[in-house]
Design a binder for this molecule. Structure first.
Ligand code: ATP
Ligand code: MG
Length: 380
């Protein structure tokens, strides 16, 4: 028995299976991955699961993005509902990969951002990691951003360290762009000096306008946007936002890029306009702000790898390509990782770094005063 237990332990140590659970600013649901790591970020994907938010939870998470009555107990209840969904996603991933929860070293569980105020020294990802550990019977690593903020950083973006470990190439200057609710860029020059920051809205305004005008969660493949024409005056009004010109380190969220922000810009440029033209303009905004970031901060890049849901928006991908004609642009799939898996994999990797006691932040990205081990550990 003892020998069997020991050899099982050895096998576990060798296998290094980690889980990553991500629910991002788009509020589209939960992505979970199971991956087996060998060295560095080299890993084999064992399972990917997406669980959409039940409509009521999504509505509540959306409401919790801004101050509202009774928000403290409501946030706590939503955190429990989220934890149950995270645990469900983990169990489904285990079933899909035919892996016992006990074989997972740890799960990196990001939580759901409801406020991000690094300028005031705090950020809030609602979650109940103890409940996830209890329900899924795994060790959970959570609250990844707090330590970096405590060290003077933005606490975001955290994916650049993983992007570097996964996609940096010695023979070419790459940039990795994640187009989630918010978009962020990681600069990966061959000399290994990683930089990165949030560029501004990714899908958040596209989804918002599409939901308002058409009652749809998102503009599938950007077909609706492609039927419109970008309005240069409205685009100029949208670009007239100090965040875009501010130097990095910087990070943002729905605290800034939300419905009132969009409505203000729309009111500055009065006149009749077609809804699809606004959608086309919002695509142009995401593409332009990404391209401006690359032009200003990633000089010499020759290749752009795109991940996140925005990689599936053909209108957006075409707009980015028009902005940056000299770059080779395509989804991360070409570099070996499906564009929809990157963020969740990043949190599996960050959990691995935390368990190993290695720093997960890139101070040059977040502005923290130094490397820090990220996350709080909730044992199995
Ligand atoms: N087929 C598609 N066509 C157009 N857009 C899509 C498609 N699939 C996904 N998207 C967009 O991608 C979004 C989800 O992207 P993703 O899951 O990467 O974002 P996220 O969860 O907010 O993550 P992040 O933490 O990076 O903000 C959707 O809300 C939608 O806007
Ligand atoms: Mg998502």
């Amino acid at each position: 028995m003892k020998t069997a237990a020991l050899s099982r332990e050895k096998q576990q140590a060798r296998r290094e299976i980690f889980a990553g659970v991500m629910s991002g600013t788009s509020l589209d649901g939960v992505d979970a991955v199971l991956a087996e790591f060998t060295s560095g970020a080299v890993c084999t994907l064992l399972a990917f699961v997406h669980v959409g938010f039940p409509a009521e939870l999504r509505r509540e998470l959306m409401k919790l993005q801004a101050a509202s009555e009774g928000e403290i107990p409501r946030a706590a209840r939503a955190a429990n509902a989220l934890a149950d969904l995270y645990a469900q996603a983990l169990r489904s991933a285990c079933a899909a990969a035919r892996i016992a929860a006990a074989d997972i070293v740890a799960a990196g569980v990001h939580g759901q951002t409801v406020r991000h105020r690094p300028d005031e020294g705090w950020t809030l990802q609602i979650n109940n990691p103890a409940r996830v550990a209890e329900r899924a019977q795994v060790c959970v690593v959570a609250d990844f951003r707090a330590r970096d903020i405590a060290a003077g950083g933005q606490g975001a973006p955290l994916v650049p360290a993983f992007h570097a470990a996964m996609f940096a190439a010695a023979d070419r200057h790459r940039v990795v762009v994640n187009v989630g609710g918010i978009a962020n860029v990681t600069d990966l020059p061959p000399d290994g000096n990683v930089h990165g920051f949030d560029t501004g809205p990714g899908n958040v305004l596209l989804d918002l306008w599409c939901a308002r005008q058409r009652g749809l969660a998102f503009d599938d493949h950007g077909a609706w946007a492609a039927s419109g024409i970008a309005d240069s005056k409205l685009l100029a009004a949208l670009l007239d936002e100090p965040y875009f010109a501010a130097p990095p380190p910087k990070s943002t969220g729905r605290d800034l890029f939300n419905a009132p922000w969009l409505d203000r810009a729309l009111s500055v440029v009065p006149g009749m306009r077609r809804a699809e033209d606004v959608q086309a303009t919002l695509v142009a905004l995401t593409a332009r702000t990404l391209a401006n970031a690359v032009r200003a901060h990633c000089a010499g890049a020759v290749e752009m790898l795109v991940c996140g849901g925005g990689a599936s928006n053909a209108a957006l991908m075409a707009a980015i390509a028009r902005e940056l004609p000299r770059l080779r642009i395509g989804p991360t799939d070409a570099a070996g990782v499906a564009s929809g898996h990157v963020e969740a994999l990043a949190f599996a990797w960050l959990a691995r770094e935390a368990i190993a006691g290695r720093p997960g932040n890139v101070p040059a990205v977040t502005g923290a005063s130094g490397p820090r081990v990220l996350g709080a550990i909730y044992p199995r």
